[in-house]
Design a protein around this ligand. Sequence first.
Ligand code: ATP
Ligand code: MG
Length: 253
Amino acid sequence: MKIMICGKGGTGKSVISVLAARILSRKYSVYLIDSDESNTLLPDILGAPRPKPLVEYLGGRGSIFKSGEIDIVRALSKAGRGIALKDLPSEYVSKSPEGIRLVIIGKVRNFGEGCACPLNYLTRTLLKNLVLNKDEIVLVDTDAGIEHIGRRVEEGTDAILAVADPTAESLKLAKTLKDQFKPLNRKFWLVLNKATPEVASIMIEKAGKMGLEVNGIVGFDEKIFKSCLEGKVLRAGKSMLQMENLLKAINLL
Ligand SMILES: Nc1ncnc2c1ncn2[C@@H]1O[C@H](COP(=O)(O)OP(=O)(O)OP(=O)(O)O)[C@@H](O)[C@H]1O
Ligand SMILES: [Mg+2]
């Protein structure tokens, strides 16, 4: 299964991705794809070395639109069609102590180097053409907001896990994601993050009025907050169990 973790900036997409990857790695072979063109924290909180960005294997951002989807698939696939995760070149995949594999699509770093469109296109092509074994699961930590919707990156995913924090804007964005994703007829889940019990009940009521079902709640966790601030491997307290409950509720465990 391929799952995109989406939501407003700062809601906790990367944190939720790492928590989910850790828990799911007990049952699946987990690949975490970093498709955020800006932020760079993910390898640090995952505890994995930084692999080379996959876009470089394909000749850099400038080459992506020159080569079409077929060329990208050919370059990444041993069989010439369908991309198997185990076939991705080894320098472009790293591994966390739990065995979670990390792939970074690419980052924008330099003044005037251009927009993130080629990176989104590469993510979409990769997701659409990935052929997974039954024991493999792919989590995609996306960039903030919904730019990826405009690029139809969602065409390649089986599900969206939207992350909302205690802000009206993040619920609104989750609603937009749900509505835009609906025609694709795939799974959509919502997790509330950083919510105290009191705030969670306000959010659940608000979400309900917007036609959003809440599938899980991850509370504010001091350990998460501090490890993120230090830029160190993610430590978590009770949120680990809350994440496990969410994964059970959506039948991934
Ligand atoms: N459950 C939590 N408890 C406490 N703090 C949290 C929790 N989840 C996330 N945070 C805090 O929120 C910050 C943002 O989290 P994270 O980087 O995962 O968000 P994001 O949605 O990936 O952000 P971006 O849109 O910038 O990629 C973290 O640095 C951490 O301080
Ligand atoms: Mg992030």
